[in-house]
Design a protein around this ligand. Structure first.
Ligand code: SF4
Length: 389
């Protein structure tokens, strides 16, 4: 089949997953299963979408407010920029201030406020900060600029790590001596464990991240059902994907079946992607990581393996930063655990707005506060209050 035919087919397939008429039919099923779940629980079911891309899509499509009479949809810790801890942001900013160092980063990190400014501001003050769309481009930059030490801020979940592995492969092939990784990676299954053991996080079922599951596989989340007795469904990102997964999840809740299902089987396999997993495994090993709002979680981060430690920016540029200054009133930590809706933060829409963010949840394109501000503005707080009654 030619590439033209392929893209036509892909457009048709995507259109079917965005079909509003089909969406309406599935929405009716969602509501029916929500009624039954309510009947079983004695209250409306509470579902957390763990992934930041789901948060944005659900807000953009208006699903949260559309379903608010029957299902309480809360957002979780699925925005990698948002969960990056205050201290790590301060360390990245301190690195950017070192003479002879260039920070290479994805664009989302630029405006995240640290204790004393952001990377964007450091650049304005003369620091070297470059934005890249891929880690490989940062390697190319380092190759062309031997006069500077390039530190790549490796932020992201399992989805972005294989690309970092490929960048390391390329840096090694080029025998670069000026390319380093500042690994701030986070892993999703350990944070799920942290949420599931937190008694204050009251959730009846989870919509699990589709992108991460393409890498680690849906089986990596089976423990949610077997160990914690909570149902969960891996979901895709189009209207029909999300509604179908919601219907599946509500059915599991209604029938009291704590299973983990794959609602994104067109891309997610039970075992995930072995090649991507091998790339992660080759270069990284699990390590303790600090999450904004969730604190230190064992084996929830990744550090470079011993054989690649010469690339570790944390070892090459050891920096002590003062205790971070956390902005008064910012509820990002509570938002990331689904304990409050963004509108319940006293700064939301007042001192904290997209053009003048106080916390990362208002900066990132996957941040819950930014998504709620752009698409929902009012209403979810009422929904939350309804849940507490
Ligand atoms: Fe933090 Fe702003 Fe969100 Fe409040 S509205 S939680 S200050 S990002």
């Amino acid at each position: 089949m030619s590439s033209g035919n392929n893209s036509l087919l892909m457009t048709k397939v995507l259109a079917s997953y965005r079909d509003p008429e089909l969406g309406k039919k599935i929405l009716a099923q969602v509501e029916q299963w929500a009624d039954r779940a309510c009947h079983r629980l004695g209250r409306w079911p509470v579902i957390m979408e763990v992934c930041g891309t789901h948060t944005v899509t659900i807000s953009r499509l208006g699903l949260r407010s559309l379903l608010r009479e029957k299902v309480i949809l809360k957002s979780g810790p699925g925005c990698p920029v948002c969960v990056t801890d205050y201290g790590d942001i301060d360390r990245a900013i301190a690195l950017a201030r070192l003479p002879g160092v260039t920070i290479a980063t994805f664009g989302d990190m630029m405006r995240v406020p640290g204790s004393h400014g952001s990377l964007e501001e450091v650049r304005g003050w003369g620091g070297r900060v470059e934005v890249f769309y891929s880690p490989e481009s940062a390697v190319d930059f380092a190759h062309c600029h031997p006069e500077t030490q390039v530190v790549f801020l490796a932020v992201g979940f399992e989805t972005t790590v294989p690309a970092i592995g490929l960048a390391i492969e390329k840096a090694q092939a080029l025998q670069l001596g000026n390319f380093y990784i500042f690994s701030l990676h986070k892993l999703v299954p350990p944070v799920m464990r942290a949420l599931l053991t937190d008694k204050e996080v009251m959730v009846d079922g989870y919509l699990l991240p589709g992108h991460v599951s393409t890498v680690i596989g849906s089986n990596a989340f089976r423990f949610i059902g077997t160990e914690f007795g909570v149902p969960a469904v891996v979901a895709g990102f189009e209207l029909v994907d999300i509604l179908l997964s919601l219907a599946k999840l509500l059915r599991l809740i209604a029938e009291g079946r704590p299973q983990v299902l794959n609602g994104y089987s067109r891309l997610v396999r039970e075992q995930g992607n072995p090649r991507a997993q091998a790339l992660i495994e080759r270069y990284f090993e699990p390590s303790l990581a600090s999450w904004r709002g969730l604190g230190n979680i064992e084996a929830s981060g990744l550090k470079l393996r011993l054989a690649y430690r010469e690339l570790d920016a944390g070892l090459h540029f050891p920096l002590e930063v003062p205790t971070p200054r956390i902005p008064a009133g910012c509820a990002c930590g509570e938002v990331l655990k689904g304990k409050v809706f963004p509108q319940q933060c006293q700064l939301f829409g007042r001192a904290c707005r997209p053009e003048r963010p106080v916390g990362p949840c208002m900066v990132s394109s996957e941040g819950a506060c930014a998504a709620y501000y752009q698409y929902e503005a009012q209403g979810a707080g009422d929904q939350w209050e309804g849940a507490d009654e």
